[in-house]
Ligand binder design. Structure first.
Ligand code: FUB
Length: 324
């Protein structure tokens, strides 16, 4: 087990791992953190990523391969900077890389790039997905072939700025006792390149069926959504940002609502926490990152993974990142 908590790769800094099993192999789609001395602030200016490298493993015990550059921002016409946390989905033998980045007006949107190979190279669409905004796309292709994209992140991720459906540079602060902002969900078109309909906000409910409040920072949504299915239920998991937990909520529909169900991972070294959950050969794994490889520098992170277990009621057993 100790081996699984080593960084997957050490020759580059990686973060925000979206793990998938394609054709029996594990593929990890991370951000590629760069070494620089940019300002560290609440707007995320320190996360200056420019490209993606896809990682792959033949099995959980096999070496992790860096398959080289799969997409660079210089090849994406609408992007100005900050290629943040991506995800990938497969449909009908094609692979779709979804990625957030800032456009020339410094607004985050979500783009898509296509390849015949899970490790790329990926060819980007000329413009971002119409109607997309904010960061951290995660895609679920459901059992019936319908695909759903989840996204959104507070602060640097600009989710607060899109509450009206238009970009508002300085929105009013959300009061602590008001409903927290949820992540967004949209069904994707059959060709995976656009939203089928305008995105909807997801509601996350507490144990009394009331929406989680903005001031409930241990449980409210911050960024990094992930969706997986377990025993027919939809598990929405995410980061609580300021309190640094990975938590989850369970629902009966991919569109929600979801009921808060507990904590997955206690805080890691570094400010951000971002993850994915994937089943491989009958076991479940949590992929996540921390800043241990750089000795704690927030924007020089490394991707790790460990086994995740459920109890008999389908609840995820909470993990401590530095204990077995
Ligand atoms: O990697 C840049 C940003 O940091 C991601 O988009 C967030 O989820 C956080 O991990």
């Amino acid at each position: 087990m100790a081996k699984q908590k080593e960084p997957l790769v050490k020759h580059i800094y990686t973060a925000d791992p979206s793990a998938h099993v394609f054709n029996g192999k594990i593929y990890v789609y991370p951000s590629h953190d760069l070494e620089h001395d940019g300002e560290d602030n609440d707007d995320g200016d320190e996360y200056q990523m420019e490209d993606y490298h896809i990682l792959s493993m033949d099995d959980v015990d096999a070496p992790c391969i860096d398959n080289g550059e799969a997409l660079n921002m210089r090849d994406v016409p609408w992007v100005s900077k900050q290629m943040w946390a991506p995800d990938c989905a497969e449909k009908n033998g094609k692979y779709y890389l979804f990625f957030p980045a800032r456009d020339k007006k410094m607004q985050f949107h979500i783009g898509v790039a296509v390849s015949d190979n899970p490790v790329g190279p990926f060819k980007p669409e000329p413009d971002y997905i119409k109607g997309s905004f904010s960061i951290d796309p995660a895609v679920l292709v459901d059992d019936d072939g319908s695909a759903y994209i989840y996204f959104g992140g507070l602060w640097g991720g600009q989710l607060e700025k899109w509450q009206t459906g238009e970009f508002v540079e300085n929105p009013a602060e959300i009061p602590a006792d008001a409903k927290a902002l949820g992540p967004q969900v949209a069904k994707l078109t059959d060709d995976m390149l656009q939203f089928e309909a305008a995105p909807q906000e997801i509601t996350i409910l507490d144990e009394n069926g009331e929406p989680i409040k903005a001031g409930d920072e241990d449980r409210r949504y911050f960024e990094g959504p992930w969706m997986h299915k377990y025993n027919g239920k939809y598990y929405l998991s995410y980061s609580t940002g300021t309190t640094h937990y990975l938590v989850y909520a369970i629902g009966d529909s991919p569109m929600g609502p979801f009921k808060y169900a507990g904590r997955i991972l206690e805080p890691v070294i570094g400010w951000t926490t971002h993850h994915s959950i994937v089943e491989y050969k009958g076991k479940w794994y949590l992929f996540y990152h921390d800043s241990s490889l750089s000795g704690g520098v927030n924007h020089r992170r490394c991707v790790k993974f460990r086994e995740l277990k459920y109890d008999e009621n389908g609840k995820i057993i909470t993990m401590k990142p530095y204990e077995d």
